[in-house]
Design a protein around this ligand. Structure first.
Ligand SMILES: Cc1ncc(COP(=O)(O)O)c(C=O)c1O
Length: 359
């Protein structure tokens, strides 16, 4: 029988669409985009120069092995080359991790609400998402996540700090969790916001992975390093996992511009981390401002804050937009607001204060 349309995999019917943070409307009243957890600073001059130099040969394919970047990462994080894999943003690497471990009939556990790509990449692989609600304090419920493990579990994401709540899990609880996860289940510590953490009780995943063959750490150049538009992230994991990532990578996925800019960023780390420090200072100011206005704000260790507004979410987002900032609403749940430049944060705080007065 001839069909009218190509046969697509039925699993795709249940794949939610990724909703990117909206940009500020061109020419509109809105001036600042606080909806995608981006770094508000423009590229550092040295990093921009490296990217521009690489752009001069974009008629050529990039180095598929990302050799220069891998060597720099290996040196920087003191990990063997064979424990590294790069990809098109850490979301690309996360997708490769799911493809490497889970297929139809397998389960992937993650907290909910967490990074909205997790359900998408799980379903695209044909695997089944198992979503474990955050605690009332908006933190990963690691005991409940352990209890959710079955014979079919293949991968568990722990997003630390969690997107969109900014909350963290501490060393003792995370280690105790890792000790109890069966060795055949891969635990992915998604540390996209690692550089913004100031709470010393939060462990560095790269220390935790060293003697744990079932732990993989995900990092990105998109947030603190400010390369979101270039799409480069990486994983640190023991050899079988890192090797699987190299097999599942899209060939030539990371452009030479991204590779060279990432190397230049690692070499300019001191200057970049100064900017991160300024953002952390702004985070403290925004959180204190919100608390002073009477809001409940979960403690955030990332470059964003979370307000659980429930039914008032969309009204709040609209009020922010009228005041000149685009935030990221999750309808019926809450609003995530990126820490931006001082002026943007001021506009947001004013909008939050005005909204609060009208409650
Ligand atoms: C928790 C988390 N992981 C991964 C990513 C992916 O970032 P990228 O693909 O730009 O590295 C994001 C981006 O928003 C995130 O919030």
């Amino acid at each position: 029988m001839t069909e009218k349309t190509p046969r697509l995999r039925p699993e795709l019917d249940s794949v939610p669409t990724y909703k990117p943070g909206r940009p500020a409307a061109p020419g509109g009243p809105v001036a600042y985009k606080l909806s995608s957890n981006e770094n508000p600073y423009p590229p550092l001059p040295g990093v921009l120069e490296s990217a521009l130099a690489a752009a001069g040969s974009f008629n050529r394919y990039p180095d598929m092995a990302c050799a220069g970047l891998m060597a720099e990462l290996s040196d920087h994080f003191k990990v063997p080359l064979t424990h590294l894999a790069t990809g098109t943003g850490s979301v690309g690497v996360a997708q490769q991790l799911v493809q490497s471990t889970a297929g139809p009939g397998d389960e992937v556990i993650y907290a909910w609400r967490s990074f909205e790509a997790y359900p998408i990449i799980t379903r695209v692989a044909g695997a089944t998402p198992v979503e474990v609600p955050l605690t009332p304090g908006e933190v990963h419920d690691l005991d409940a996540m352990l209890a959710a493990i079955t014979e079919r579990t293949r991968l568990i994401f722990v997003c630390n700090p969690n997107n969109p709540t900014g909350t963290v899990v501490h060393r003792a609880e995370l280690e105790s969790f890792l000790d109890r996860v069966p060795s055949g289940v891969l635990v992915v510590l998604d540390e996209a916001y690692r550089e913004f953490i100031r709470d010393e009780r939060v462990p560095d995943g790269i220390e935790l992975y060293r003697d744990r063959p079932n732990v993989c750490v995900l990092r990105t150049f998109s947030k603190a390093y400010g390369l979101a538009g270039l799409r480069v992230g990486f994983a640190v994991a023991h050899e079988p996992v890192a090797a699987a990532l190299r097999k599942t990578a899209v060939p030539f996925g990371v452009s030479q511009i991204a590779q060279d800019a990432a190397v230049a960023s690692l070499r300019s780390e001191a200057a970049l981390l100064e900017r991160v420090e300024a953002l952390v200072g702004e985070r403290t100011r925004v959180v204190e401002g919100l608390l002073g206005q009477g809001w409940t704000v979960p403690e955030t260790q990332a470059n964003f804050v979370w307000l659980r507004l429930g039914e008032r979410t969309m009204d709040f987002a609209a009020a922010c937009e009228r005041a000149g900032v685009v935030v990221r609403p999750f309808p019926g749940e809450g609003v995530r607001v990126t820490i931006g430049e001082v002026k943007a944060n001021d506009l947001f705080l004013r909008a939050a204060e005005d909204f609060r007065k009208e409650l």
